[in-house]
Each structure stands twice: as structure tokens, then as C-alpha cells.
Design a protein around this ligand. Structure first.
Ligand code: ITT
Ligand code: NA
Length: 206
């Protein structure tokens, strides 16, 4: 079978492919549907934006579609960048620029004082998933979070986005130092996926 995921993020595509392969599902992403227009992500919550993406693409294709809206919420920055995580350093900004912007914003809070402490703030990743079926008009949702710290010492080449800056105290590693398997077992996306597949199974058993 095929599962369509309404994403243009290669890191997400890799994680969904890895998660759905054992279920015998091949993932198609927006790279397979270049004719579809971008969806405006102007919602105020992750869940709202996830539904906007799954609904726009699901209605356009007439097929069930999964969408992921996610981001990083940093406590010292009152929850920023939040739903603006993908474009924190500006429209079209890459991961590198967003990471530097985040470190800059946290450095500013230190007001020149150098504590020598690499852990700058507590933070969490949030992932909202929306599975929308245009035939029934029904939506299934699930949300997952993972708690960690923002570290000034980027480490690791795995994952994507803010992963090199997201330090997991219990593993003494950043998210980018984990393998795909390890990340999926603990990540916001992995948790949301587990909840969503559980809801789907429960629905199909009715
Ligand atoms: P799509 O909307 O096309 O799916 P996107 O990258 O724009 O791709 P979002 O709007 O959901 O996705 O923004 C999510 C941003 O949050 C993403 O670009 C990363 O910067 C960050 N992010 C989300 N999940 C992450 C993860 O697992 N690891 C690191 N950063 C993550
Ligand atoms: Na996006």
C-alpha cells in the first residue's frame, strides 16, 4: 500500500518511511506531487496547521492524507519559535540559519554574563499529526511531545532541524546523535505516530 504524507520536509519523509515500512506501506510526499500548491500554514496551533495541510492535499487528491505540523517550544523564549519553527530566521531559512538564530536569541538573554553552562533552557518538541479522509470527511489526530534542553554545543549529524541543539539529559546526547530507531522510540513524532496508529486500529475494529 501507499501512504501520502503532505510534507516537503526531507527529514520528516525519512522518518515516516522508516516508521511505515514495517507496516508494508510506501510513503509518498509532496515531492511526488509537484503540481500541488503550497498550503498556507497560518494557524495558531500545531493541530490547526496539520489539519490545514491534510485537508488541502486530501481534497485535492481525493485520497486519505497524513500531515505533520511540528516545532520547538523553548521555555526561556516563552514557547518560541513554536508554530514558526520552520521559518524562525525568516521565510525560506534553512536549518543552519534557524539554529544560529535560536542560539543568538538565547545568548541575548544572558546579557553578556558568561556562565560557561552549555544548557541554555528547557524546551520541548511538539508534533501534531492529522490523518484526513476526503471520502468520509473524517479526521484522526494525535499529538506527541519530548522534553529536553537547548545546548550551546551543537552535536550530531542525524535527524534534521533543531536536533543538533536538542540535548536529552538521560541519554547524554543530542537528538542528532541518535539513530533513526532511537529517535523514533522517544521523539514527539514517534509518540504521535504510536497514538495515531492505535486510534486507527481501534476505529477499524468497531
Ligand atoms: P512541511 O510543512 O512541508 O511538513 P516544514 O519543515 O515546513 O515541512 P513544519 O511547518 O511542521 O514543517 O515546521 C516544523 C519545523 O520544526 C521544522 O522545519 C524543524 O525546524 C522543526 N522540527 C520539527 N520536528 C523536528 C524534529 O524531529 N527535529 C528537529 N526539528 C524539528
Ligand atoms: Na511547513
Amino acid at each position: 500500500g501507499v501512504l501520502i504524507v503532505a510534507t516537503k520536509n526531507k527529514g520528516k519523509v525519512r522518518e515516516f518511511q522508516h516508521a511505515f515500512a514495517p507496516l508494508g506501506l510506501t510513503v509518498k510526499s509532496m515531492f511526488d506531487y509537484p503540481e500541488l500548491p503550497d498550503v498556507a500554514e497560518d494557524g495558531t496551533t500545531f493541530a490547526e496547521n496539520a489539519l490545514k495541510k491534510s485537508k488541502a492535499v486530501g481534497d485535492a487528491l481525493g485520497l486519505p492524507v497524513l500531515a505533520d505540523d511540528s516545532g520547538l517550544c523553548v521555555d526561556a523564549l516563552d514557547g518560541k519559535p513554536g508554530v514558526y519553527s520552520a521559518r524562525y530566521a525568516g521565510e525560506g531559512a534553512g536549518d543552519e540559519e534557524n539554529n544560529l538564530k535560536l542560539l543568538n536569541e538565547l545568548e541575548k538573554l544572558k546579557q553578556g554574563e558568561d556562565t560557561g553552562q552549555p544548557l541554555l533552557s528547557t524546551a520541548r518538541f511538539v508534533c501534531a499529526l492529522s490523518l484526513y479522509d476526503p471520502v468520509t470527511g473524517k479526521e484522526l489526530t494525535a499529538e506527541g511531545t519530548v522534553e529536553g534542553w537547548i545546548t550551546s554545543e551543537q552535536a550530531g549529524a542525524g535527524g534534521f532541524g533543531y536536533d543538533p541543539l536538542f540535548y536529552l539529559a538521560e541519554y547524554e546526547k543530542t537528538m542528532a546523535e541518535l539513530t533513526l530507531e532511537e529517535k523514533q522510540a522517544i521523539s514527539h513524532r514517534g509518540k504521535a505516530l504510536l497514538l495515531l496508529t492505535g486510534k486507527l486500529a481501534a476505529q477499524q475494529n468497531q
